[in-house]
Design a protein around this ligand. Structure first.
Ligand code: ATP
Ligand code: MG
Length: 368
């Protein structure tokens, strides 16, 4: 039951809402393309325009400007029903008075499918979602995870071209969330259906997605595979939002990066960012390094590198690594260094030196 691969193109998509405070732009010039059975995730903090984008694609919200194309064909004028899109909501939105079977069958009844096909598809879908045996129950008599499965079944039963999921796991406990996200990805790959998923949880996005679109304030900041976005962020916002990142206050002297204590670092890539100026309130350039890519020694220890200076305020043994939390006026906020083992001679409260062991990069404030 694999689907024919489709391609979705979102071009200069913009949404302006009229509010009592005046017009607000919820989505601004968003562009992306999704091919075939890609698992595509829109990730970003609350209010960045994820749901609005999804609702415009679903036909539940009008488009202010821009294009939506399915296999090159404009589908903006089609209503939600004609678009053949399956949507899963955070709130499940199941019909409480209907059985599991009837909830899942609903989309096919709307489409006036013959009874035999409905039976066949619903049975097949329930089995796929491991809900067989629960056909006659009502939503109130199911667990949260089972209710979520029914809502996914309801969206999948008529073989939509695109499956849209808006924070479908937000109401589940942490363990079930991890189980269900693997389940959703497995189903999506088995069916070969395109998935457009929304979450504000970066770890969930990394685990489930083929590609991630990171949003901030209605704009698409970066698009790429989880590994690309983590290792090559193009903005301070993305570096900070995905995983943990340390930001050091530096200045640029030709090709060299200079720390406040005069330490120089060569050979680091310098990226001109599109970030807002608020990140650069104390300096025009920030060196970024991930916690696991840092070195750290006791301040008294002699090494070839000068690095940065600070004080270890907390040392946490976390099983597979040791985490050092460091106060330093040379960084934008507290520094995190993760080492595979304890640093010799460093106790809580001690002065330490640290710096990028590899893969550091520098963000330079955008010039106006
Ligand atoms: N119907 C509406 N009328 C006016 N403003 C709206 C409307 N719907 C959304 N907005 C505004 O548009 C912006 C984007 O909202 P949206 O719901 O798309 O964010 P989101 O990324 O889904 O956030 P969350 O993670 O909290 O669900 C917000 O500033 C919101 O207040
Ligand atoms: Mg939302």
């Amino acid at each position: 039951m694999t689907q024919t691969p489709k391609s979705l193109t979102v071009k200069d998509l913009t949404k302006v809402f009229q509010t009592p405070e005046g017009p607000t732009t919820a989505v601004r010039d968003v562009n992306f393309e999704i091919e075939g059975n890609t698992f595509f995730t829109m990730l970003g903090p609350s209010g960045c325009g994820k749901t609005t984008t999804l609702r415009m694609i679903a036909g539940l919200e009008t488009v202010t400007s821009g294009d939506l194309l399915l296999d090159g064909e404009d589908f903006r004028r089609k209503n939600a029903f004609e678009r053949n899109i399956g949507m899963v909501f955070q709130s499940y939105a199941l019909f409480p008075h209907m059985t599991v079977f009837e909830n899942v069958a609903y989309g096919m009844r709307l489409r006036k499918a013959p009874e035999t096909l409905i039976r066949e598809r619903v049975t097949e879908t329930l089995a796929m979602l491991r809900l067989d045996g629960l056909e006659k129950r009502h939503p109130a008599d199911l667990s949260g995870g089972q209710q979520q499965r029914v809502s996914i079944g309801r969206a999948l039963v008529y073989r939509p071209d695109i499956l849209l999921l808006d924070e479908p796991l937000a109401n589940l406990d942490a363990k079930l969330r991890v189980e269900m996200r693997d389940e959703i990805r497995r189903l999506q790959k088995t069916l070969g259906v395109m998935a457009l998923y929304v979450t504000h949880d970066q770890e969930e996005a990394m685990a489930i997605s083929d590609r991630i679109a990171v949003f901030s304030k209605g704009r698409l900041m970066q698009l790429g595979a989880p590994y690309e976005i983590y290792t090559h962020p193009t903005s301070v916002f993305v570096a900070d939002f995905i995983g943990k990142a340390n930001f050091f206050l530096v200045t640029l002297d030709g090709d060299a990066v200079v720390a406040p204590n005069g330490a120089r670092f060569g050979g680091l890539p310098v990226v001109q960012t599109v970030d807002e100026d608020e990140w650069f309130d104390r300096t025009d350039a920030l060196m970024m390094c991930r916690p696991e890519k840092m070195w750290l020694v006791a301040a008294s220890e002699r090494t070839g590198d000068t690095g940065f200076e600070g004080r270890a305020t907390r040392i946490q043994f976390l099983g597979t690594f040791v985490r050092y939390l460091i106060e330093s006026d040379q960084a934008r906020s507290d520094v995190i260094v993760d080492l595979p083992a304890f640093a010799p001679g460093v106790s809580e409260g001690d002065a330490v030196r640290f710096g990028p062991a590899k893969d550091g990069m520098v963000f330079r404030k955008a010039t106006k």
